[in-house]
Ligand binder design. Structure first.
Ligand SMILES: [Zn+2]
Ligand SMILES: [Zn+2]
Length: 347
């Protein structure tokens, strides 16, 4: 089968490798769509601590079941499926409460520890099959759209944690696909005003306009503090979601959050990037709350599928480019340049 192998920073090679044969508890899936995530771009640029090259990356996967092991009863050949990423130990308190994304005993994600979706076929390991990582879709599911289940699930996790409510004013920093999903989810949850802000990339901001936020700000061009005090009549922002990997944005969130407001750090920072000189008294005096969100669990994936199936989230609006596997590096470069919302690879 054809696969895109990551050999190291800047080095992805399309190679012919052996098509896996599923064991008794395993499932082989013909990958139809695998979307490129910001993390895939970061891996391409500088590698990843959980990935030992050569490795097949890609974790936003949908496809059609090709072959099932004899012990697998709930899935059959021909089923359309979405694959969730996180595999936990199954026994720690986080796994037991469904939060496999936070398993700290033995977390092994598909696309990181296990080979991912940038290949014609993916072998789903027995423990992932048992934990429900293969989600059966409706027969009429659009598999390109369903490759967006994983990023949408991660946004749903964040939205639940930060608990956007009716009437909230929400500020999202970062206008990539994650920022765009947060515009739509915040509105679905009843936010009155959704503001999106981004550093530099004007192209990205133009693409984000299709999601109808109330305000779009390029941070380098305006005084965001002034704009926010105008919009909120000096009350400040109820919810700030930092959907980018920038210490500057994390700091700005502390500044702009209103009294009793909440901040979610959705994006992780690059290695060795820290928040210096943070005045934590901001949090103290405002009674503000600061939280993180990381990845998602299967419940969030089911919710994401539900929202896409019922057209509460129009997944097709996010897909700006599609490429065959041979052109994966071109796809990554387009994401890196900020010229795309979502790029889907069709292996
Ligand atoms: Zn992702
Ligand atoms: Zn665990």
């Amino acid at each position: 089968m054809k696969a895109a192998l990551f050999y190291g920073p800047g080095d992805i090679r399309i190679e012919e490798i052996k098509k896996p044969i599923p064991g008794r508890s395993e499932v082989l899936v013909r990958v139809k769509s695998c979307a490129i995530c910001g993390t895939d771009v970061r891996i391409f640029k500088s590698g990843h601590r959980a990935i030992t090259p050569p490795h097949i990356t890609g974790h936003e996967i949908s496809g059609i079941v090709e072959e099932v092991g004899e012990n697998v009863k709930n899935i059959k050949k021909g089923d359309k499926v979405a694959i969730t990423t996180e595999v936990g130990c199954g026994y720690c308190k986080y796994c037991l409460s469904g939060r496999v994304n936070l398993c700290n005993i033995n977390r092994r994600a598909i696309g990181y520890y296990y080979p991912g979706g940038f290949a014609e076929y993916i072998l789903i390991p027995g423990e992932a099959v048992l934990q429900g990582n293969i989600i059966k879709l409706r027969n009429d599911a659009n598999l390109d759209e369903m490759s967006l289940v994983e990023p949408l699930a991660c946004c749903i996790n964040a939205q639940e944690l930060i608990d956007v409510k009716f009437g909230d004013t929400v500020l999202i920093i970062g206008a990539g696909p994650i920022g765009c999903m947060h515009i739509e989810l915040s509105k679905l949850r009843g936010a009155s005003k959704v503001i999106i802000a981004n550093y530099q990339s004007k192209k990205r901001m133009e693409l984000a306009r299709r999601f109808n936020a109330d305000n779009y700000f390029i941070l380098n061009e305006i005084d965001i503090r002034k704009e926010i005090s105008k919009i909120t009549k000096d009350e400040g922002i109820d919810i700030v979601i930092v959907a980018c990997s920038s210490p500057e944005a994390q700091k700005l969130a502390l500044d702009l959050v209103g009294i009793r407001g909440k901040i979610c750090y959705f994006g992780g920072l690059p290695k060795n990037a820290f928040l210096d000189n943070v005045d934590t008294n901001i949090i103290h005096y405002k009674e503000a709350r600061l939280m993180g969100s990381f990845s998602s669990n299967r419940y969030h994936s089911h919710t994401a599928i539900n929202l896409i199936e019922n057209k509460k989230i129009l997944a097709s609006k996010y897909i700006t480019h599609k490429f065959p596997l041979d052109n994966i590096v071109e796809g990554i470069n387009i994401v890196m340049a900020g010229d795309a919302i979502k790029v889907v690879i069709n292996p």
